[in-house]
Design a protein around this ligand. Structure first.
Ligand SMILES: NC(=O)c1ccc[n+]([C@@H]2O[C@H](COP(=O)([O-])OP(=O)(O)OC[C@H]3O[C@@H](n4cnc5c(N)ncnc54)[C@H](OP(=O)(O)O)[C@@H]3O)[C@@H](O)[C@H]2O)c1
Length: 346
């Protein structure tokens, strides 16, 4: 028999009411920290499903899911237990994402409905286009892998997907829609053409990769930034590692602050993210760690001097480079990120 978890009153947890909230442009609230659910290919779906329940029991209400994580069924079973355990659906904030092999117009709504069914919910709070490229690649493939059908960003095609997402909002199946891994030039076109604006952009954000321009652009345009890999993804798969990558949790500035507070450097990364104004979604299957990350949002804030010191350690060190989305031989991954300020020509 499984042990019964009380989702509302874990004695050492954090009252969900006290967790900072981001106000989306609709006026809806989104908890300023969520639990990531991507197991980096080595943590099982069952472990993640257990962590979702454990996280809810200590006060998490925001969960970042995606069809490609391959665990929405197991996570959905946990949501059922959480709801039966007394948490109200309206107090939860659940995200899922459309994977790259479902960018055909006709595939969008069925893929969304599959996620909804797997997650055992009757609506989602947020649905994102996971990447702005329609290129299928199998889960876990190497960075050298290229799809023979690879395509660049084609705005007209992206808008066809977006219209499908808008239809999901109109049908009451999702409360907000948004993007992930977008750039300023792509967001400009989307903001120009969308009937329903993106409510969030999910993007890589950690002390060594602060993306200040894109971050500010999102805030200026009423788009809430959700930060992935907030701790610098120390357990990311081998394929996402390069020799030049730096390690946020070993940075002397982060380590010094962690020593002052008597916490793990990961907790400092989470505090910085929440105080800066993004909503980090740290992954963890270890109760001590996910609880520490949640407490980071309500206890012992960083001082203005510490916030300024962390602002100074940005190394523009992108970890998730996206090689598999390249559409031409000989291209460099920088082409994916429109670094010239224009969308990279096809
Ligand atoms: N939209 C996208 O394209 C995209 C891309 C990548 C990721 N994501 C999302 O972002 C989430 C987070 O990213 P991520 O999983 O790559 O990296 P991350 O959250 O930066 O790092 C997770 C790692 O940090 C460890 N950790 C967490 N809290 C800790 C603490 N307090 N002390 C010590 N270690 C700690 C975890 O180990 P333990 O489990 O042992 O605690 C885990 O190995 C993903 O799960 C996914 O939901 C989205």
């Amino acid at each position: 028999m499984t042990e019964r978890i009380d989702f509302c009153f874990a004695p050492d947890g954090v009252d969900p009411q006290s967790i900072p909230q981001r106000i989306l442009y609709t006026g809806a609230k989104m908890p300023a920290i969520g639990l990531g659910t991507f197991g980096s290919d080595h943590i099982t779906s069952q472990q993640i499903a257990e962590a979702v329940k454990g996280a809810a029991s200590v006060g998490y209400r925001h969960f970042d899911c995606a069809s490609v994580y391959g665990n929405e069924k197991e996570v959905g079973a946990s949501f059922q237990e959480i709801l039966k355990g007394g948490v109200k659906r309206e107090d939860m904030f659940v995200t899922s994402k459309l994977w790259n092999d479902k960018h055909n117009e006709a595939d969008v709504v069925p893929s969304f409905k599959q996620s909804l069914a797997d997650l055992q919910l009757d609506y989602l709070d947020l649905y994102l286009v996971h990447w702005p490229f329609p290129n299928f690649h199998p889960k876990g493939c190497s960075v050298d892998s290229r799809s023979p059908d690879a395509k660049p960003y084609i705005h007209e095609n992206f808008m066809k997907i977006w219209r499908q997402l808008e239809s999901l909002v109109d049908a009451g199946l999702v409360r907000h829609i948004g993007t992930s891994n977008m750039t300023i030039p792509k967001l400009k076109l989307l903001l120009r053409d969308a009937k329903i604006k993106p409510a969030v952009n999910e993007m890589e954000l950690h002390p060594h990769f602060q993306q200040p321009e894109l971050f500010q652009y999102c805030l200026d345009n009423g788009i809430a930034p959700i930060g992935y890999c907030p701790i610098g993804s120390p357990a990311r798969p081998e394929r996402d590692r390069t020799p030049d990558d730096t390690v946020d949790i070993e940075d002397p500035v982060i380590v010094k602050i962690a020593e002052r507070l008597g916490v793990h450097p990961a907790v400092v990364c989470v505090k910085w993210a929440v105080q800066r104004g993004q909503a980090p979604i740290p992954f963890s299957v270890t109760r001590r760690n996910y609880l520490a990350n949640l407490k980071a949002t309500v206890e012992n804030p960083l001082t203005p001097e510490e916030m300024a010191a962390i602002a100074g350690i940005d190394k523009n060190n992108r970890l998730i480079k996206g090689h598999v989305f390249l559409w031409k031989d000989g291209q460099d991954w920088h082409a994916l990120w429109d670094e010239s300020g224009e969308i990279t020509p096809a």
